[in-house]
Write a protein that binds this ligand. Sequence first.
Ligand SMILES: *Cc1c(COP(=O)(O)O)cnc(C)c1O
Length: 313
Amino acid sequence: MGKGGDTRIHAGKIWLNGELVPQEEAKVSVLAHALHYGTSVFEGIRAYATDEGPAIFRLEEHVERLFHSAKILRLEIPYTPEQIASAIVETVRTNGWKSCYIRPLAWFGATSLGVNPLPNNPADVMIATWEWGAYLGEEAVRKGAKLVTSSWRRFPGDVMPGKAKAGGNYVNSALAKMDALAAGADEALLLDKEGYVAEGSGENLFFVKNGVIHAIEHSVNLPGITRDSVIEIAEDLGFTVKEAYRVTREILFTADEVFMTGTAAEVTPVSMIDHRPIGTGSAGEITMQLRKVYLEAVTGQRSEYRKWLTFVK
Ligand SMILES: *Cc1c(COP(=O)(O)O)cnc(C)c1O
C-alpha cells in the first residue's frame, strides 16, 4: 500500500486471472489503462468467523453488482459470475483466514493507452483477501463517528456512473475523505449539486426520527448491500422503515439518531455532524440494536439470515 507507515496489506495468496499466486507475484503493468484513467470496477465483501468456519456475507449479490459495474463500463469479465464466486471462496479457503475483507477488482489492462479502453478488453481480474477490523476504528463504533460536510459534491449520474463501484469514482471519495480527516472528523458527508444529502465517501446513510427509520435514497448513491440487509433486519424487528428522498442537512442535525452502513463500516453510529451533536451526542439506541442484530446475522447466530451466508468449508 504505497510508501511509509505500517500500512502494508498482508494478502497472502491473491487470485490473479485464474491462478492463486503469492502477493509479491501478483503484479500489474504500469501501463494498465485503469492505472492511468481509473477504468476499473471492484467489490468490497466480508467473510466472518462463524461456528462452522468463515462465512462470506451475501456473496451472490456482491458478484452480481461487480458484473453490473463492469457492464456500465463496457468491461468484459472473461469469467461467469459462478466462476468468480467460486474463485472468491477458493481464495478465502487457501489463505486460511477465520475472517477477512475480500476485494475483487476487474480492470482495463495494458494494451493501449488511448482514451478508448475497449482494445484492452477482456478485463484483468484479481481477488485479494486480508484481515481487517472496524473500518472507522473501535472508538467511532463505541462513541459514534464525527462527520463533516465535504466541499466536494457527489457527482450526478450524467457526469460519473455512481451506480457502478468504479475506481475512478473513488477520486471523489478519496478527496472528500482526506479533507474530512484533516478537519478532525472520521468521515465525510457528501451532498449533491443542489445540497441534498447523498452518502458518505463509501457508506450509505440512515436517520431515525420518532422511532421511524429513514433510509436515505438518492439517484447518485451506490446501492448498498449492507443498506439492503439493515432495512430487512429493521422490518423484521418491527420497525417502520421509509426511504427518504431530498434530505437536507437540517433534517440530519435534528434527527434522533444517524448511522452509516457499508461492508467496511458495517453499522456505525454518527454522533456529530458539522459540530452539532446528533440526538444525545452518543451512539443511538436503535442504531446499536440494528448493529447488534446485523453482527449476529453476519456471524451466523441468526438462523433467519443464514440464507445470506456462503460457508467456506
Ligand atoms: C461500496 C459503497 C457503499 C456501501 O455499499 P455496501 O454494499 O453496503 O458495501 C456505499 N457508497 C459507496 C460510494 C460505495 O462505494
